[in-house]
Unconditional design. Structure first.
Length: 224
């Protein structure tokens, strides 16, 4: 899903870069309330994990590629503001160190993955968690569903950007079909990894999981 240089025109790139700057600026303020001495190391480990899985790119057609995102996973583990920052750092490192995503397209990639991917995934997580029984297992399931939805949502962000300022010769229909269709499949893998990772951390250190401890004092927990 990393957008290369020249795939989207400079005007559209600048527009979404501005939106990304606003979003990351808000995340810098919001993360102060989410991170503490316990959760900050987990945020760092989450960023490293996401960096690794995002480096596994594969072509999906129409000049685009796909990979796992990790936005919903990060949001559940360390909070959505800190997740936005973690994804932004990962994307910057990938662009500058490995040329994974164009420098002129950093704003586009951050908007799609660090903002849309994180916040759509976390929003779905909150909705699903409210509908499920108040149990530990519900956190992993809700996170998995959030992860699944976040992937095609981020891909759709790219499709919108391509519709506004795409420079390639591929038709919008081809790009839409390639990106959304394939990223629904990728979303299944995202859901599995998100659910299993959250389950593993919940089993050992549930006190570190933002999506669990946030409401822990407000709910009567039913243990499985």
């Amino acid at each position: 899903m990393h957008i290369p240089d020249g795939f989207i025109d400079l005007q559209t790139s600048a527009l979404f870069a501005g939106g990304s700057v606003i979003g990351v600026g808000a995340a810098l303020r919001g993360a102060r309330k989410e991170l503490n001495d316990k959760s900050a190391p987990l945020a760092g480990l989450t960023a490293v994990f996401i960096f690794a899985v995002q480096m596994l790119n594969f072509p999906v057609g129409a000049g685009t590629s796909g990979h796992l995102l990790g936005g919903a996973l990060a949001a559940v583990l360390v909070g959505p503001w800190a997740a936005t920052l973690a994804l932004t750092v990962v994307l910057l490192m990938q662009a500058f160190l490995f040329a994974d995503g164009g420098l002129s397209a950093i704003g586009l990639n951050v908007f799609n993955m660090a903002i849309i991917g994180v916040w759509v995934g976390y929003g779905v997580y909150l909705i699903v968690k409210r509908l499920l029984p108040k149990r530990r297992a519900s956190i992993a399931l809700a996170g998995a569903i959030g992860g699944f939805i976040s992937v095609p949502a981020a891909a759709f962000g790219f499709v919108v950007q391509y519709a506004l300022g795409g420079n390639a010769t591929f038709s919008l229909t081809s790009v839409l079909t390639a990106m959304i269709g394939t990223h629904i499949v990728i979303g299944i893998g995202e859901a599995l990894i998100t659910g299993l990772t959250i389950s593993a951390i919940m089993a050992s250190r549930s006190d570190l999981v933002y999506g669990w401890k946030k409401n822990e004092t407000k709910l009567v927990i039913k243990e499985i």
